[in-house]
Design a protein. Structure first.
Length: 262
């Protein structure tokens, strides 16, 4: 299977990595479904060149109220831990989801689980329940990839999103807090028996320019990074402007990443 979840501390480049990997896979002729499972980040659609995000899957199923009804029903029928099924179907075919709930172009399909839109609207737990059920039932076609962009931190592990994927990418920047978070993600992935990669993003070149500086904090950690992504001023500038960045200079790094995932 080709079901990948991207995780890490806030701001380390999870959304960029989701975008870059998806663009590279599409260039190889492999369709990609992107699931935005971050209820806070409002900008993933811009990375892919969409002017507006799709309507959310939360809205598709009737909002938080519909999930609460399902939760109450599951609790009423349960003798122990309730098993909540938001979608009645055992398999979700993306083609049956109306067009307004997805954005598509050039082999890429973007889906959004849902966003926090108002103050005091309550916690994001219903979106976690929805994301878990959606990911576990979403069917993929031959050569199709699923990439899930998650919220910052570790809470999605507690919610069980990882049950709907078979590979995890832990992303960190080269500073200790982000590296320790990524190491924890790798440990969680291994406990779940998922293939897990550690990626260090935004690594500055050495003064000689030939190699990249190995972060000092890495020497304190037990995990060796699978891939190192260099810092790019062009990508940084594009992200500031909300523009779709060019990834042509990252072809070799992305090729190595795909080999690690296969």
């Amino acid at each position: 299977m080709n079901r990948i979840l991207v995780a890490g501390k806030g701001g380390v480049g999870k959304s960029f990595l989701t975008f870059a990997l998806a663009e590279y896979l599409v260039s190889l002729g492999r369709p990609v479904i992107i699931v935005d499972a971050d209820e806070s980040n409002q900008s993933l659609h811009r990375w892919f060149g969409f002017a507006e995000p799709p309507c959310s899957i939360l809205d598709f199923i009737g909002g938080k109220g519909a999930i609460k009804v399902k939760l109450r029903e599951a609790l009423r029928q349960s003798q122990g831990d309730p098993r909540v099924s938001i979608f009645n179907d055992q398999a979700i075919d993306l083609n049956l989801i109306p067009e307004e709930f997805k954005k598509t172009r050039d082999g890429i399909t973007l889906i959004s689980i849902g966003k926090i839109k108002e103050p005091l609207e309550g916690c994001a737990c219903p979106m976690g329940v929805l994301a878990k059920d959606f990911l576990s039932k979403l069917t993929l076609r031959a050569k199709e990839y699923l990439i899930v962009d998650t919220e910052a931190g570790l809470e999605h592990f507690g919610r069980g999103l990882e049950q709907g994927v078979d590979k995890i990418i832990a992303v960190a920047e080269p500073y200790l807090d982000a590296l320790e978070m990524a190491e924890r993600i790798v440990e969680f992935g291994e406990k779940l028996q998922k293939k897990t990669l550690l990626i260090i993003n935004k690594v500055m070149p050495s003064s000689e320019g030939a190699n990249f500086v190995v972060p000092e904090g890495l020497r304190r950690l037990n995990k060796v990074p699978s891939i190192i992504f260099p810092f790019s001023f062009e990508i940084y500038e594009a992200s500031l402007k909300g523009e779709k960045p060019k990834i042509d200079k990252l072809t070799k790094v992305l090729e190595k990443l795909v080999l690690h995932l296969e």
